[in-house]
Design a protein around this ligand. Sequence first.
Ligand SMILES: C[S@@+](CC[C@H](N)C(=O)[O-])C[C@H]1O[C@@H](n2cnc3c(N)ncnc32)[C@H](O)[C@@H]1O
Length: 299
Amino acid sequence: MMDTRFESIDRCTSFKELLHDLELLLKEEQLFYGHGTENPKDESMAIIMHLSKSNDVLNKAELKNALDDQIREKVKEVLYQRIIESKPLPYITNEAYFCGKQFYVDERVLIPRSPIAELINNHFEPWVKSTSLNRVLEIGTGSGCIALSIAEAFPDVEVVATDISTDAIDVALRNAKAHGLENRVEIIESDLFENVSGVFDLIITNPPYVPDKIMLDLPKEYLHEPHMALAAGAKGLDFISRILHDAPPFLSHNGIVIIEAGVASGNMEQRFDMPFIWIDFEIGGEGVAMIEASNLRIE
Ligand SMILES: C[S@@+](CC[C@H](N)C(=O)[O-])C[C@H]1O[C@@H](n2cnc3c(N)ncnc32)[C@H](O)[C@@H]1O
């Protein structure tokens, strides 16, 4: 099963040498990054952190630690899945990071990477007054990363999260338990708003938004993610349209919608004549708009 390309790993005696060799090996391959790490260097460190069970990048002393055969074998297994099977690293390690917290992930859910993390870290300021938040609804929660991070950031806010996928609900519940938030976040299986009741001060969502044509050309890494988490019809608007249309009765008087449209942002602007405010991000990312309840008008 092992590939001869990975033989150099057998000659590594320390984590430092391993880090160096991993980076060289990854650089030689045509891999797509963007599922938690952005380049071969960061991904090599992420692999080493996972194998050494460290929560932080290894320091100089730790990098000098000797390797054993077990670690070398595990590294080769990771490389096999990453390079030969084009699997994104978080699906190999079952670990992803969002808002500084670790979440369990597997191929039943999208790998967390939304720029919405920055908004949560900033308590949605200046877009939302934290004091005006009582109830928050997330549509399409996947691993639960957004809803659970909001619950942790706002201890007094009631959070409801939905997903149509039973598999995703299982993963979100597992993460809720792991973070001790199972009593704070209500996780509901629902087709968008179908099983939701009450009104919310904030409806937040990063629904599927990848247009059909782009789906056909996605790097292989994306094929490991659930199709239903990405694909959204010809213009990428299948879910965005339904959410904007169905949201009004679920919004409080001063409620707002924060919606990530990513690659479908242009199509969303064109399709809906509404005063979306497109949010600027400091850390990176784009394609997230906010709109107030009073401005949501769809015939
Ligand atoms: C782009 S993913 C976002 C997942 C998660 N919020 C995150 O940031 O990692 C979209 C999610 O919407 C869910 N979804 C797709 N269609 C849905 C529907 N009709 N109702 C509710 N959720 C849906 C998918 O199962 C997927 O988990």
